[in-house]
Design a protein around this ligand. Structure first.
Ligand SMILES: C[S@@+](CC[C@H](N)C(=O)[O-])C[C@H]1O[C@@H](n2cnc3c(N)ncnc32)[C@H](O)[C@@H]1O
Length: 254
């Protein structure tokens, strides 16, 4: 990819942006392929990760939440025998039998969900995974550099101290983002990004995570944790990036 190429694009038919960068934990997901039970890519976007999965020889089931998006994906990849598609909007039932998925990628989807939706989704992840199968998950961090100036991390820390298990989404996230943007009044790129952000929160909430707290939610549902950390995500549609913008979790079904 040339340095000028965009790092993300707006998805017209779905929720959020699609990225032109593979997930940083992609190799962990691909390594879950056990030769028979498919890998699952939930909220596959433009399929960038699913395609890497089939390139590596795995069978992949990729899901999206919009039937037009699914039709488009099926048209775009008609000849990929190992790639199939299904409709799924979490926290609805995943269209797979119990213990039939070897590894599950949930890349940049959890931040569109509130506490109950997350709990129900983790329950579903546990149901569909084979024993020893893994959830590979990335999502937005509460320590996101762009929202540091408006005190997001401190707000979230005090909420967590009061309610340690509550993975509550932030309602009216645009208000928060605009507040941060007002601190950078001359930054035109920031205001342009805000215009794009207007179309991506259909439920008007967005979640920001702490790795330890999210890991705990997985432990509660029968997973062990092999990774719970933050890391950079230079492809996020932000006007400022930091080393802790993304939460990364790997959870293994016990
Ligand atoms: C930010 S994009 C990430 C796309 C892709 N996973 C990637 O990492 O490049 C978020 C994706 O999650 C999907 N999505 C959002 N909310 C969802 C939900 N409740 N259930 C399933 N998918 C969802 C969107 O349609 C979109 O494709």
């Amino acid at each position: 990819m040339s340095p000028q190429a965009p790092l993300f694009e707006l998805l017209e038919h779905t929720v959020g942006f699609a990225f032109h960068s593979i997930n940083p934990l992609l190799s962990e997901w691909v390594a879950c392929w056990n030769g028979s039970d498919p890998l699952l890519d939930i909220g596959c976007g433009n399929c960038i990760n699913a395609l890497k999965g089939i390139e590596a020889g795995a069978k992949v089931l990729a899901t999206e939440l919009d039937s037009n998006a699914l039709k488009q994906l099926e048209q775009d990849y008609p000849d990929e025998n190992n790639l199939s598609f299904a409709y799924l909007e979490l926290p609805d039932k995943i269209p797979c039998e119990g213990e039939s998925v070897s590894g599950l990628l949930c890349s940049e989807v959890f931040h569109f969900m509130d506490h109950e939706e997350i709990q129900a989704s983790i329950h579903e992840f546990h149901r569909v995974l084979v024993k020893g199968g893994k959830v590979i998950l990335t999502c937005a961090s509460e320590d996101i550099a762009m929202l540091g100036p408006v005190g997001l991390k401190e707000i979230r820390r005090s909420q967590r101290e009061a309610f340690p298990q509550l993975l509550r989404a932030y309602h009216d996230p645009l208000e928060l983002i605009e507040q941060a943007c007002r601190l950078k009044p001359s930054d035109h790129f920031a205001w342009e990004l805000i215009q794009q952000h207007h179309s991506i929160y259909p439920k008007n909430y967005f979640n920001f995570f702490h790795p330890g707290q999210l890991a705990e939610a997985f432990r509660d549902k029968g997973f062990s944790i092999t990774l719970a950390e933050t890391g950079p995500a230079p492809y996020y549609p932000l006007w400022e990036h930091g080393d802790h913008d993304q939460v990364r979790v790997i959870a293994v079904k016990e």
